[in-house]
Structure formats: structure tokens, C-alpha cells
Write a protein that binds this ligand. Structure first.
Ligand code: PLP
Length: 444
């Protein structure tokens, strides 16, 4: 890795409006990365920073993996783009076939998109259209969950349950309701893996069915593990119960696996890990190791066949898609990434490292300000006691102090969330834990 020599003036900083960022704060102390390799970023002042969150839960094979970089470089020189509708190129079919083999049950078909948000909106639209094609046109209602995050499209924002992401944007979609979240610190504080209690919270879906009637409900969408809201691990039996209730009432179940797919919990999908077959899975991020934006929706055969059979000859079956669906650079990156996961056994590696990771992160349970630690697979969250009247301030302070010492990660509210690349070594884990412990002890 080598540092770039480009210097950025104050004016250049003002032109770019950074999303989900305090622009005022950032522009007063910019944090600039100029290169990345493996577990590290390099800053513009030539400091190596450990990437404790795999970018944003996406660089699962580590930064600038040689095989993935080469695949993208070769592809861009061979064919930069090919039209997404009414024509194709081989790699999109190869990647789709590989994903069909990796996904559980008969989730054998994939619609490609470019971001998690697009994948979510695609899945929600497919759910509503599926019911309509089967003569169930009253099934339009969508059920999300409090504290859920499903991206920033109007669909994903509507089913999402993070207040600040919703409240500025008006009435959002009609006919949306929410399940209660599963966070129960009184019973599950400092739990390792799936909390033992909380499966009963799935029964709230029966309550929503009683309220709205099943004949009005198209789909339920949940993250199997809620990440962006601070790592809420599903209680044992909770997701299984949601599956049962959805099946009983003819409601489609969508698992949003944008962050949990591709090894985060040691398996290609959490659904695979738990032996649950949802009706659709949304994925993104780790699909291409974040090298090129790409997402997808895995769809069960019955749903796909319904669309295909309903279409008249030579007519479009799915009136939905994006200019860049199945983009050649993205599929080249995805193909190489999926091969890397397999060749390097990264999902198994994540599984094997799990116990070490868990012991290491829970060793901070006595650290200053820590009021809860949650962990599952190669994920952990450290919840810090909030400063009265200043929610988020303490976690941000900790984030800045860690960055100064060479460690970065995501924060949400007053929670520090870790999800390193799956290539993380035990020595990196020890270093991360050491930095966080030191910083917590010195943070007021
Ligand atoms: N769904 C989940 C569960 C996510 O965590 C995210 C992003 O973090 C999204 C959807 C949105 O993905 P994107 O930012 O690629 O639109």
C-alpha cells in the first residue's frame, strides 16, 4: 500500500455531501483513506488502520484481494457493459447458478440489482405482484419490524424501523405495519450467540394477522440478525416461529441478508445456518466483496414459475429491473469472490474463529462504560452507557479515539459494532480488543 499525494482543499470538501455523516464534524477533521489491503486501510497521512467492520459489513475476503482485482481489471478491458434487458452475458448466469447452489431449499432464482436498498424494494414489489398474479390482489400489506434496517428506498424505509431514517420523509408507503423488535437486555444481557429467551415475540405476527386479516398481508421482511440498529441477535426459535406463522397464513417471508450472507455467521446464509427456507433472500455487500456494487434477490421456484407462466408469449414477465442489473464488472467480481470464499474456506474459517472471537470480545465485559455485549459468528456489539442528554456522543468519542490509535468500526447509537473481514487473524482480534480497552479506560 502506498499513500496518494493528492491534497484536498477546504472547498473540495464542501462540494461532497456525505451521507449518514455529520458533515460539519467530518469536514473539521476529515478521515481520508487512500489505499487498502487485507485487514487494513492506509490514511492520507500514511497510517495503517485496522478495518474492524470489513468496510460496512462487506469486504469479507479482505481489501483488494488479488484474484478479485484481476477479474475486474480483465473484465473492464474485455467488455465494459452489456444491456441488462432482452440480452445477457455468460457471467450473470454462472453467478446466478452458483448462488442457487449455495442458497437453501428451492431458492433457485436470482434477480440482480446494485444495492441492498434496491434488492429490498425489488423483493417487496415481487411479493405484491406474486399475490396479484395468483388472484390474491388484496394482499398488499407489508410487515417490517421495529429497529429494522432495509436500506433507504421508499419501500425499505417504510418497512424499516429506525426512527431517524423514517421521520423526515413523510407518510412513506401505505399499509405497512411493524413487529416488535427482539432486544431484551433485562433477560439477555451479555449473551453469547443466540439469546435463549424471546421466541415468543414472533407471536406478535399472529396479533397483526388478527388485526389486519391475512388476506391483506403480502409479506413479512426481517433481518435474521439486525445489524445497523446495533446487532440484535435472533432469540433461539424466533425465526423458525415466524416461518411457521407465515406459512400458516400464506404470507411470504423475506430474509434481508444484506449483511449476514456470505460467511458473517460462518455460513453462506443465516437461513442455511438455521435450516429455515424463507421465500426470498435479499443480499448485497459480500456478494462482490464490495469491489463493484451489486445486490440480488433469491426467489423460490414457485414464485419464479408464477411470473413465467403468467406472461403471454414474448411478453415481459417481471416489469422491474435496473440499467446495471447483472453488470459485467459486478458479475466478474461476484464470480471471483464466490470462488475465493470457497478456495480459501472463509466461511469455515469464520466458524472456527467464532469461539476465540467470542471469548475475546466478552473479555471486555468489565471494561469502563460497557453495559452489554452481544456476539454471533464474527460479529459483536459493545453497548456503552449513554451520556445523559447526549445519545450517541460517547460511542462517537470512542470511535474517534480508536481511529487515532489505528482501529475503525461502525457505531450506531451508543453501540460499537465489529464485523471484521473473515481473514482476520487472532493477533488482529487481540489488537482490536487491546485498543478498545485502552480507549474505554481513558474516555470520560
Ligand atoms: N438491508 C440491510 C440489512 C442492510 O444492512 C443494508 C445496509 O447496510 C441495506 C439493506 C441497504 O444496503 P445499501 O446501503 O447497499 O443500499
Amino acid at each position: 500500500m502506498s499513500a496518494s499525494t493528492v491534497t484536498i482543499s477546504r472547498n473540495d470538501l464542501e462540494s461532497c455531501w456525505k451521507p449518514f455523516t455529520s458533515n460539519k464534524q467530518f469536514k473539521s477533521k476529515p478521515r481520508m483513506y487512500v489505499a487498502a489491503k487485507g485487514m487494513h486501510y492506509l490514511t492520507d497521512d500514511n497510517r495503517k488502520i485496522i478495518d474492524g467492520s470489513a468496510g460496512m459489513w462487506c469486504v469479507n475476503a479482505g481489501h483488494c484481494h488479488d484474484k478479485i482485482v484481476t477479474a475486474v481489471q480483465e473484465q473492464v478491458a474485455r467488455m465494459d457493459y452489456s444491456t441488462a434487458f432482452q440480452a445477457g452475458h455468460p457471467a450473470e448466469f454462472e453467478v446466478a447458478a452458483k448462488l442457487a447452489l449455495m442458497a437453501p431449499g428451492d431458492l433457485d432464482h436470482v434477480v440482480f440489482a446494485n444495492s441492498g436498498s434496491e434488492a429490498v424494494d425489488t423483493a417487496l414489489k415481487i411479493a405484491i405482484a406474486y399475490h396479484r398474479l395468483r388472484g390474491d390482489g388484496t394482499r398488499t400489506r407489508l410487515i417490517g419490524r421495529e429497529r429494522g434496517y432495509h436500506g433507504v428506498g421508499f419501500g425499505g424505509t417504510s418497512v424499516g424501523g429506525m426512527v431517524n431514517n423514517r421521520k423526515f420523509y413523510g407518510p412513506l408507503l401505505n399499509g405497512v405495519d411493524h413487529l416488535p423488535h427482539t432486544h431484551d437486555p433485562d433477560n439477555n444481557r451479555f449473551s453469547r450467540g443466540q439469546p435463549a429467551t424471546g421466541a415468543h415475540l414472533a407471536e406478535a405476527l399472529e396479533g397483526l394477522v388478527a388485526l389486519h386479516d391475512a388476506s391483506t398481508i403480502a409479506a413479512v421482511i426481517v433481518e435474521p440478525m439486525a445489524g445497523s440498529t446495533g446487532v440484535l441477535v435472533p432469540p433461539v426459535g424466533y425465526l423458525e416461529r415466524l416461518r411457521e406463522i407465515c406459512t400458516k397464513h400464506g404470507i411470504l417471508l423475506i430474509f434481508d441478508e444484506v449483511i449476514t450472507a456470505f460467511g458473517r455467521i460462518g455460513y453462506p446464509f443465516v437461513s442455511e445456518r438455521l435450516g429455515i427456507v424463507p421465500d426470498m433472500i435479499t443480499m448485497a455487500k459480500g456478494l462482490t466483496n464490495a469491489t463493484v456494487p451489486m445486490s440480488g434477490v433469491m426467489v423460490r421456484s414457485g414464485i419464479y414459475e408464477t411470473f413465467i407462466e403468467a406472461a403471454a408469449e414474448n411478453s415481459v414477465d417481471l416489469f422491474h429491473g435496473y440499467t446495471y442489473s447483472g453488470h459485467p464488472l459486478a458479475t466478474a467480481a461476484a464470480k471471483a469472490t464466490l470462488e475465493v470464499y470457497q478456495e480459501e474456506g472463509l466461511f469455515e474459517r469464520a466458524r472456527d474463529l467464532g469461539p476465540y472471537w467470542e471469548d475475546a470480545v466478552h473479555s471486555l465485559s468489565d471494561a469502563r462504560h460497557v453495559v452489554d455485549i452481544r456476539s454471533w459468528g464474527l460479529v459483536s456489539a459493545f453497548e456503552l452507557e449513554s451520556i445523559e442528554g447526549k445519545p450517541t456522543a460517547r460511542a462517537f468519542d470512542v470511535f474517534m479515539r480508536c481511529w487515532d490509535r489505528g482501529l475503525t468500526f461502525r457505531t450506531t447509537g451508543d453501540t460499537v459494532a465489529w464485523s471484521p473481514p473473515l481473514i482476520v487473524e487472532k493477533s488482529h482480534i487481540d489488537e482490536m480488543v487491546g485498543i478498545l480497552r485502552d480507549v474505554l479506560s481513558e474516555t470520560p
